[in-house]
Design a protein around this ligand. Structure first.
Ligand SMILES: Nc1ncnc2c1ncn2[C@@H]1O[C@H](COP(=O)(O)OP(=O)(O)OP(=O)(O)O)[C@@H](O)[C@H]1O
Length: 249
């Protein structure tokens, strides 16, 4: 699989990857009603690094992920993706930044059922480039990399949950984003499929040099992370050592 990703890697923008692919500083957010979800939250994630964020339901994990994607506005603080500040960008600028620099693996997949797998995976590139033949080739290589080689012409509506999740990972990585944002990437998958999908995600992240932030309730997901952080009412706590001990790593 790694060899199949190599041609994709060769077409990335070499000047585009500063040491820290995600930098968050001094983030504050409260929800309507006044409850403060976080205040003074800072986080840096380097290219090729996977950070898992755990935390109780309602603590603000999805809100944080939405702020990192420029889909929600913090009350204070700054987010940089691939060195670019989200704050000053208008909607068009944020859309461009998401298309160019961020890959999403969200719970509902957002895989379009009436497009083929090749069209689904190629979509992030088709939004910013027009060479359909090259996009098709890269989409096929990405599908092969996630174990769906030869399926580019199949329709997404016919896939199982695990297959859809693999398509979502291929699509998230095809444009070599600086940042991967994943929300429960193994939600609804059986343990074996979940383990395979996670290993695939981890290998692809390392190979492409993206920074990855994975929000999850699952300790199995945290297993592939370099750092395990828990979001609490008083901020992000580094639980990596605890998770490593619990896992016997
Ligand atoms: N637009 C909004 N208006 C009011 N409250 C909101 C809004 N958005 C989020 N919240 C509240 O903010 C809190 C954090 O929500 P969020 O979805 O970020 O939590 P979470 O940690 O991702 O939870 P879960 O693990 O259950 O998905 C919740 O209490 C939620 O009800």
């Amino acid at each position: 699989m790694s060899d199949l990703l190599a041609p994709v890697r060769a077409q990335t923008r070499p000047d585009d990857r500063p040491g820290e692919s995600l930098q968050v500083s001094g983030l504050a957010k409260s929800v309507p009603g006044g409850r403060q979800l976080f205040d003074g939250l800072s986080l840096s994630v380097a290219g090729g690094e996977i950070v898992a964020i755990l935390g109780e339901s309602g603590v603000g994990k999805s809100t944080l992920l939405n702020i990192l994607a420029g889909l929600d506005e913090p009350d204070q603080g700054e987010v940089r993706v691939g060195g670019e500040r989200i704050g000053p960008l208008d909607e068009a600028g944020r859309t461009r930044l998401r298309r160019e620099r961020i890959g999403f693996v969200f719970q509902a997949f957002h895989i379009l059922p009436y497009l083929t797998l090749g069209q689904n995976v190629g979509l992030p590139l088709a939004l910013v480039r027009s060479d359909a033949r090259a996009i098709g080739e890269r989409a096929r290589a990405m599908l092969e990399a996630v174990g769906l080689g030869g399926r580019a012409e199949d329709y997404a509506r016919d896939l199982s949950g695990g297959e859809l999740q693999r398509v979502a990972i291929a699509r998230a990585l095809i444009h070599e984003p600086a940042l991967i944002l994943a929300d429960e990437p193994t939600g609804n998958l059986d343990p074996d499929t979940a383990a395979r999908v996670l290993d695939l995600l981890a290998a692809a992240v390392r190979r492409t040099g993206a920074a990855a932030v994975i929000v999850t309730h699952s300790r199995a997901t945290a297993r592939i992370a370099d750092r395990v952080l828990t979001l609490t009412a008083s901020g992000l706590r580094d639980d990596t050592a605890k998770e490593v001990l619990a896992d016997g790593r």
